[in-house]
Design a protein around this ligand. Structure first.
Ligand code: FMN
Length: 205
C-alpha cells in the first residue's frame, strides 16, 4: 500500500529527527582525477571489512562529489579532529566561503596520482572505488583501502545537529600504544596509489 505524500513527508521528518540522535565521526571525502578535485563532508563512513580492508561512505546523488567519485575512481577518507571543525563546515556547505572547493581550508597533501590527503587528521584512508550501490537518494560507495595513515588528536563528533568532542571514561591500553606510534602522512606515501578504477558500473549520476 503506497503512502500519501503528506504521510511520506511526516515519516521523513520523524526519520531525520530520530537519526539526529546518532553519534557519528566526521570526515572529509576527497577525490581527484579526470573529473576534477572535489571534497565533501560526510558522517556516513563505516568500516566494512579488514580482509581485505574495505570502507563505505554514502553520498547524495545530487552532490558534485557523487559525479566526481564515479568518474575519478579513487578517493580518500580523512577523519577529522576536534581542531578541524572549520573543515567540516567548509566542505559541508556550512561556510559562505568557497575556499573549500579550492582546498584552501586545511593542510592538504597532493600526490602525483590519487586523491588529496589531509595532514593532521585522526586517520586517512586512500581508496580505490570498488563498488557502488544505489540506495534511495544516495549511493553507497565501497572503497578498497590502499594506504592508511594515523595522525593525532581527538575525533570530531556530530550529534543532535551539532559538533562535539569525546568524553573518555576509560582508556583502552591499545589506545595508549597507538598514540605512541602515530605517524603523519607523507607525500611519498600518497604517491603509491596503485591504479585508477575509472568509471564504476552501477554508479548512478
Ligand atoms: C556533519 C555533516 C555530515 C554530512 N554527511 C554527509 C554524508 O554522509 N553524505 C552526504 O552525501 N552528504 C553529507 N553532508 C552534506 C554535504 O557535506 C553537503 O551537502 C555538501 O557539502 C554539498 O556539496 P555540493 O555543493 O556539491 O552540493 C554532511 C554535512 C555535514 C555538515
Amino acid at each position: 500500500m503506497s503512502q500519501s505524500p503528506a504521510t511520506t513527508e511526516v515519516l521523513r521528518e520523524e526519520f531525520t529527527a530520530a537519526m539526529a540522535g546518532a553519534v557519528n565521526g566526521v570526515a572529509v571525502l576527497a577525490t581527484d582525477g579526470p573529473w576534477g578535485r572535489v571534497g565533501i563532508t560526510v558522517s556516513s563512513v563505516s568500516s566494512v571489512s579488514a580482509e581485505p580492508p574495505l570502507i563505505l561512505v554514502c553520498v547524495n546523488r545530487k552532490s558534485r562529489a557523487h559525479a566526481a567519485l564515479c568518474e575519478n575512481g579513487v578517493f580518500s577518507v580523512n577523519l577529522l579532529t576536534v581542531d578541524q571543525k572549520d573543515l567540516a563546515q567548509a566542505f559541508g556547505g556550512q561556510s559562505s566561503s568557497r575556499q573549500a572547493y579550492e582546498f584552501l581550508v586545511g593542510e592538504w597533501i597532493f600526490g602525483l596520482s590519487g586523491a588529496p590527503v589531509l595532514a593532521d587528521a585522526v586517520a586517512t584512508f586512500a581508496c580505490v572505488l570498488e563498488q557502488a550501490h544505489d540506495a534511495g537518494s544516495h549511493t553507497i560507495f565501497v572503497g578498497r583501502v590502499t594506504e592508511v595513515s594515523a595522525g593525532s588528536g581527538d575525533p570530531l563528533l556530530y550529534t543532535a545537529r551539532a559538533y562535539g568532542r569525546p568524553l573518555r571514561w576509560t582508556t583502552h591500553p591499545d589506545a595508549r600504544s597507538r598514540r605512541n606510534t602515530r605517524r603523519r602522512p607523507t607525500a611519498a606515501r600518497t604517491l603509491r596509489t596503485p591504479r585508477r578504477g575509472g568509471r564504476v558500473a552501477g554508479g548512478s549520476q
